[in-house]
Design a protein around this ligand. Structure first.
Ligand code: ADP
Ligand code: ASP
Ligand code: MG
Length: 410
């Protein structure tokens, strides 16, 4: 008897028929003699709808109440799915994140899972039931408040639950057939990868490949839980995300991210301690800075640009203005129309020239690069948001991932 954790995303439980289809799959897995824990997302776009409803009601920031609101989305789908599974003749019970013992820190909207006390989950399994857990949510034992894990957080719930329960497999059911060499909505001829390493998937997720939330990949890697990303619409094999893979292509995939903005602090005095004076208060404010570029110094002054998530733009701007004033810098500028395009591949380590080729592909298309950052297995460029999809398509065509440098020289 295997213990299987299955996670179903929003589209997969998007309406009554989809919920019934998921129930049939879950019931079949249970009837085949497995123990099943199901993690569900909110139906369809309901999280987005709740966010815009809140914005219509209030212009203020209400982190606690936002979490109370958004966790309702997953409560709806978990209860409906439990009903549909029971109709299939299988005992099922739904649990909120808090009932399932998902303990987090106190950070509303971006809470991190600290521990799982899945006593009620285990009880349900021992009684032979399918246990359905609301994704994306937990409770802070310090404040006793309900928290959410950040967008896409049901993936993290599923992988953390699989790690805690020592599950045999963690299946992530979604609306695409697996992890592709680029977002298939942007690159129609992107290819499905049979397998991808945790390391590469982490970089792809960080670069904007929204098919898996980055933190879920971190959990998978830390606890060595192989993830099977697959379609909820058919039974075909998806993509295995795991520790080691057979191939390590120079370019495994191309990703893009349109969720960041660029902040530039102008005319910063070029002296020791300036970067610390700017980035320490940003970090104290809990703002995740992604890329940073410092221009060459002219007359003892320089510009510093950095990118942050769109949702942190207002706060980042306020913090940067404060720091600029203290430092005697010039103005602070916000550019909301940027996108990050990245190429990722573990084989890059042993195959120089990927960055140069990427720059030349963008140059040929007259796409200006505003910022560059690299890791040993990734090259990212910030470009004009309006050119992002074109850039992804051109890079995908140029590198033809999963591109193997050995093949090219044949
Ligand atoms: P779910 O609701 O199931 O969690 P998401 O919308 O969060 O689904 O993630 C699936 C989507 O991720 C796909 O529909 C696809 O557009 C997008 N995506 C982005 N990059 C990739 C990629 N490299 N491979 C597959 N899907 C990707
Ligand atoms: N419903 C949440 C979101 O849309 C969590 C999830 O779907 O994973 O971000
Ligand atoms: Mg998702």
């Amino acid at each position: 008897m295997a213990l299987i954790v299955q996670k179903y995303g929003g589209t997969s439980v998007g309406d009554a028929d989809r919920i019934k289809a998921v129930a049939a799959r879950v019931a079949a897995t249970h009837k085949a003699g497995n123990q099943v824990v199901v993690v569900v997302s909110a139906m369809g776009h309901s999280t987005d709808e709740l966010i815009s409803l809140a914005a219509d009601v209030s212009g203020g920031r209400h982190p606690r109440e936002m979490d109370m609101l958004l966790t309702a989305g997953e409560r709806i789908s978990m209860a409906l799915l439990a009903m549909a599974i029971r109709d299939q003749g299988v005992e099922a019970m739904s649990l909120t994140g808090s009932q399932a013992g998902i303990l987090t820190d106190q950070s509303h909207g971006a809470a991190k899972i600290r521990d799982i006390r899945a006593i009620r989950v285990q009880e349900g399994l021992d009684l032979g039931r399918v246990v359905i857990v609301a994704g994306f949510q937990g409770v802070s034992p310090d404040t006793k408040e309900i928290t959410t894990l950040g967008r896409g957080g049901s993936d993290a719930t599923a992988v953390a639950m699989a790690a805690f329960l020592h599950a045999d497999v963690c299946e992530i059911y979604t609306d695409v057939d697996g992890v592709y060499t680029a977002d298939p909505r942007v690159v129609p001829d992107a290819r499905k990868l049979d397998e991808v390493s945790f390391e590469e998937m982490l970089e792809l997720a960080a670069a904007g490949a929204g098919v898996l939330m980055m933190r879920s990949v971190e959990f998978g890697r830390r606890f060595n839980i192989p993830l099977h990303v697959r379609s909820s619409f058919h039974d075909g094999e998806g993509t295995w995300v795991k520790e080691k893979t057979m191939e390590s292509a120079a370019v495994t995939g191309v990703a893009h991210d349109t969720t960041e903005v660029k902040v530039t602090v102008q005319d910063v005095p070029d002296r020791p301690g300036v970067a610390a004076a700017l980035f320490e208060p940003l970090s104290d404010a809990g703002i995740n800075v992604d890329m940073i570029v410092q221009n060459t110094s002219q007359d003892g002054h320089t510009d510093i640009s950095f990118t942050v998530p769109h949702s942190d733009a207002g706060e980042a701007l306020a913090v940067a203005r404060g720091a600029a004033e203290t430092l005697g810098a010039g103005g602070v500028d916000l550019d909301e129309h940027i996108a990050k395009v990245s190429v990722v591949g573990a084989g890059m380590r042993s195959h120089p020239g990927i960055a140069a080729r990427m720059f030349s592909v963008l140059a040929t298309a007259d796409i200006n690069i505003a910022m560059i950052s690299t890791s040993p297995i990734r090259v990212s460029c910030v470009v004009d948001a309006a050119k992002a999809e074109e850039a992804v398509r051109l890079l995908h065509a140029a590198f033809d991932p999963p591109f193997d440098p050995m093949e090219e020289s044949r």
